[in-house]
Write a protein that binds this ligand. Structure first.
Ligand code: C5P
Length: 286
């Protein structure tokens, strides 16, 4: 096998609790991550030498700053691969959005190169390399939905839950994840959102209560700075969403709808207000 094409889905955070700071400069998280069917398509091809990254999007770096590049470099170095690889990224996931687009591309490259170079690396080895590339990469390598702890790399997979009908809105600006975390202030008497209650509703497929449990501590940084995030949240609810939330470090915002009909109806309304609106569902392959 010389070449392979693989899907790299985006994720949203249905809960994101920031529990505290860590000595390594990261934050201790407790987060529910969920894959959605907004996907980049990654083509990898073995070449004689070097790593090249190309994309149909001019918005992503193609050198060492690209997480997919870093994933390929790490995997090839650790496994003594002398050949090269060309990576082509068909970009559909908004960049700098809080949707793990770069991390998902990196995860797809690890999975694809494991097969292209017939390395037979076990999942835990891929997870380790993924964590070295970025905190969200291990989740992107694994299950559709998971509870993540630590930096985001300690994963407890959740069983498949209900198929969520979502609208996603990407504002006209991007944010830096590192800057958002740097500005985060731990509150006195902090009460994290109830992940146990969420998981109970997830297991029973109770979409209304799932939607009522969603929460993201990083909104306390991003909303005061970018009021548009709040406007989008309100507009999504007025258009019929049960609830709405910023994903990850933002600024993308999603709304959860009771059913597909309501979501389609809201798509019409939201497209009149915002340029980049996506109707998406959970990423369940079969
Ligand atoms: O791991 P990743 O490179 O995606 O993280 C980007 C930045 O976000 C980190 O440099 C760090 O500043 C911040 N971060 C954090 N705590 C986490 C994950 C990310 O402080 N759990």
């Amino acid at each position: 096998m010389k070449r392979l094409t693989i899907a790299a889905p985006a994720k949203i955070n249905l809960i994101l609790n920031v529990l505290g700071t860590r000595t390594d400069g990261y934050h201790e998280l407790e987060t529910i991550m969920h894959k959605i069917d907004l996907i980049d398509i990654i083509h990898v091809e073995a070449t004689s030498e070097g790593i090249t990254v190309e994309s149909n999007s001019g918005l992503i770096p193609t050198g060492v700053d690209n997480l997919a590049y870093q994933a390929a470099a790490l995997l090839m170095e650790y496994n003594g691969i002398k050949a090269g690889v060309n990576i082509f990224i068909e970009k559909n996931i908004p960049v700098g959005a809080g949707l793990a687009g770069g991390s998902s591309d990196a995860a797809a490259v690890l999975t694809a190169l494991n097969r292209v170079f017939q390395l037979k690396l076990p999942d835990d080895r891929l997870q380790e390399m993924g964590a070295a590339v970025g905190s969200d990469v291990p989740f992107c390598l694994g299950s559709e939905t998971a509870l993540a702890r630590g930096r985001g790399e300690l994963l407890t997979p959740l069983d498949r839950g209900p198929k969520l009908d979502l609208l996603l809105v990407m504002p006209d600006f991007q944010v830096s994840t590192a800057e958002v975390y740097r500005a985060y202030k731990i509150k006195n008497n902090y009460q994290p959102a109830d992940t146990a209650a969420f998981i109970k509703f997830w297991q029973s497929g109770d979409i209304i209560n799932i939607a009522n449990c969603i929460s993201n501590d990083l909104e306390t940084v991003s909303i005061p700075k970018h009021n548009e995030i709040n406007h989008i949240k309100t507009d999504l609810r007025q258009a019929g969403a049960v609830n709405s939330l910023m994903s990850g470090s933002g600024p993308a915002v999603f709304g959860i709808f009771a059913d597909q009909k309501t979501a389609i109806n809201a798509l019409d309304i939201m497209q009149k207000l915002y340029k980049r609106v996506y109707q998406v569902t959970s990423y369940y392959r079969e």
